[in-house]
Design a binder for this molecule. Structure first.
Ligand code: AGP
Length: 618
């Protein structure tokens, strides 16, 4: 996600803002920018690349560093590829206003068309530049001050935002607003200076007094005067709640969590929401993804879909196979990219290839894409990093809006990949008529419940910690699942292996009889997914087979299940949902379990030994 930071006060703003950007680098980004107001002019420097690249521009140009007011931005691209012109800050057409933004404006296209019809011209492809010109247009038409113009403009905006806006004609104030993305305001002594940022890490060394805006709130910050907070939707004034910060810098960067992995597990409700946001209107049964819509005939006329990926992304691809075949009735094959690229596969121009990659830089996946393209196949990418190599190599694609995933063990990438694959499957089923309108609408409405269900499910954390403490010293573990949850069994085993270094294997539950059951004894913990609709009776008999051989059973069941509770040693209940959507829920306990076991074993959770976040070598 993007990072915002800014300063207004009596000190030189440049070192405060540029160091603030460095403090926000942990959030992941692809470009950086800063605006410095020197008392007359707003001097803008911005570039694709790192904060150090930005410093190269400003270091050689004193003018770009002068001023006591500045705002800066690190961009994690969502609309518009990473390049200099798409970097923030963005000026309004008149050059009076400047904005930085973290979030996604869903209806920016409609607003942009209206502004163009009123004579506005745009320098970038971003939703952010649309927003600053909407504010300018409102300010001009209403003849109002910046704070009021921002408030009115935001009532016309659909999406998520954290913004900071400056008007050079009123240089003693900054306006900030938030909906869905965080904004913190650092308060200096006697209101002589204020700091703004996406979190407190850029200003915690200057002040411990901070105000965190709530969703739907806007603040007008006046140097020497103070802060006025208002409701965006009705302009009602709110008493600013200033608190004294207790967090350390390291804790702030991890959002108060002990590790990035845990933070990212807990970010999944937002990541899933952000991934389907703007792509489905559940009540109208509308699904729209430009990359799919613009190439729908290729998907519908395909002989088959080949999914290529590695690791966790491969597991998401396996869920995708079950979804696409069950919903859209299109033949699907799932291939490890590293095998596919070397085994001389049969690929024809009638094949559609879906390449899945969080980083968008995995060498084997990239090579497999190039092979498929060389044989004439249409290649569609599912990536989390805008402008990554795989995103640029594929013919079309869709981004998971999970935000940067820092922990090496992939968590929110997995659930957002499945979210996208579900939408693609439903879209193709809708186009082919293999699912009724009612069935598609039911799935979409059920999907809309998932983020809240994940939020609720995360409350099992203490129970999972208890289970982790019982099995943390196991030397081998088995993970079992059937149907849509067979890939989740594989994913659960991978999570445990890669961060706790305990050997674990995932299996289709029915495969137990074909060998693995020989491993079962009192020292073998078996984690079984036994949700109510997924071949439930058969899984229960698998559990009984294990129990009769003294195996330890930890079962993931649907809320209210009393049967498995009688047999298993531990039970984790998940909310009821459509069976096809259960992987979005059943994976959560396994993520938490591997995390807590690794912590109890004092492993390096975020950077496990021998592993890299992105395997760019073959
Ligand atoms: C998953 O937890 C691992 N970090 C690893 O298997 C990862 O999923 C794999 O390397 C693929 O990475 P990608 O999604 O960035 O292509």
């Amino acid at each position: 996600m993007c990072g915002i930071t800014g300063y207004i006060g009596e000190r030189d703003a440049y070192p405060i803002v540029i160091n603030g950007l460095k403090r926000l680098e942990y959030r992941g980004y692809d470009s950086a920018g800063i605006m410095m107001y020197d008392g007359e002019k707003m001097n803008l420097s911005k570039t694709k690349g790192k904060v150090s690249d930005l410093e190269l521009i400003t270091t050689n140009n004193e003018k770009k560093r002068i001023g006591k007011i500045g705002i800066g931005h690190t961009r994690w691209a969502t609309h518009g590829v990473p390049n200099d012109s798409n970097s923030h800050p963005h000026f309004s057409q008149s050059g009076d206003l400047v904005i930085v933004h973290n979030g996604i404006i869903e209806n920016y296209d409609t607003i942009k068309k209206e502004l163009i019809s009123r004579g506005y011209k745009f320098q970038s492809d971003t939703d952010t530049e649309v927003l600053v010109n909407l504010i300018e247009e409102v300010k001009k038409n209403e003849g109002c001050k910046l704070g009021k113009a921002v408030q009115l403009a935001l009532t016309n905006v659909i999406g998520a935002y954290a913004i900071a806006v400056f008007d050079k004609t009123k240089p003693n104030e900054l306006v900030v607003a938030r909906l869905g993305s965080p904004i913190a305001i650092g308060v200096g002594k006697n209101n002589e200076e204020f700091f703004i940022a996406s979190d407190a890490s850029p200003f915690i060394e200057y002040t411990k007094d901070a105000l965190y805006l709530e969703d739907g709130e806007l603040a007008i910050i006046k140097k020497g005067r103070g802060i006025k907070v208002r409701q965006i939707d009705n302009d009602k004034p709110i008493d600013p709640k200033i608190q004294e910060l207790k967090l350390s810098l390291d804790q702030i960067e991890k959002g108060g969590y002990d590790h990035f992995m845990l933070k990212e597990i807990y970010e999944q409700p937002k990541a899933i929401t952000d991934t389907y946001r703007g792509r489905m209107l559940a009540d109208q049964g509308i699904i729209r993804m430009a990359g799919v819509d613009d190439n729908i005939s290729k998907f519908l006329n395909a002989d088959r879909i080949i999914i290529i990926a590695c690791g966790t992304s491969w597991h998401a691809g396996l869920v995708g196979e079950y979804l696409l075949e069950d919903m859209a009735r299109i033949p699907v094959e799932v291939e490890y990219a590293s095998e596919f690229r070397y085994r001389n596969p049969i690929i024809t121009p009638k094949d559609v290839v879906i390449a899945i990659s969080q980083s968008g830089e995995t060498a084997d996946t990239l090579a497999a894409i190039k092979l498929a393209k060389s044989k004439g196949a249409f290649v569609f990418g599912v990536c989390n990093v805008v402008g990554s190599s795989i995103a640029r190599e594929t013919h079309a694609g869709a981004y998971t809006h999970a935000g940067p995933e820092i922990g090496v063990a992939s968590t929110k990438a997995f659930t957002t990949q499945i979210t996208l694959l579900t939408l693609i499957s439903l879209k193709l089923a809708q186009e082919k008529g293999t699912l009724s309108k009612t069935a598609v609408n039911t799935y979409l409405q059920t999907m809309q419940q998932i983020p809240n269900q994940v939020e609720k499910l995360l409350k099992i954390d203490p129970l999972v910690q208890e289970i982790a403490s019982v099995y943390k010293d196991a030397t081998n573990c088995l993970y079992l699942g059937r149907g849509f949850n067979f890939p989740v069994a594989l994913e659960g085993a991978l999570k445990l292996k890669e961060i706790s270094y305990i050997h674990a294997e995932g299996y289709p539950a029915a495969e137990m009889k074909h060998g693995p059951i020989a491993l079962i004894d009192e020292n073998m913990p078996v984690f079984v997914i036994a949700t109510r609709k997924g071949h439930y009776e058969k899984v229960v008999s698998n559990i009984q087979e294990i129990k009769s051989r003294s195996g330890k059973i930890i079962a993931i069941v649907t809320e209210g299940d009393e049967t498995v509770k009688e047999i298993a040693d531990h039970v984790i209940e998940i909310p009821e949902t459509e069976e096809a959507l259960t992987p979005l829920l059943t994976t959560i306990p396994f993520q938490l379990l591997s995390y807590h076991i690794a912590v109890m074993l004092n492993k390096n959770v975020d950077q496990p030994r021998n592993l890299a976040k992105s395997v760019t070598v073959e």
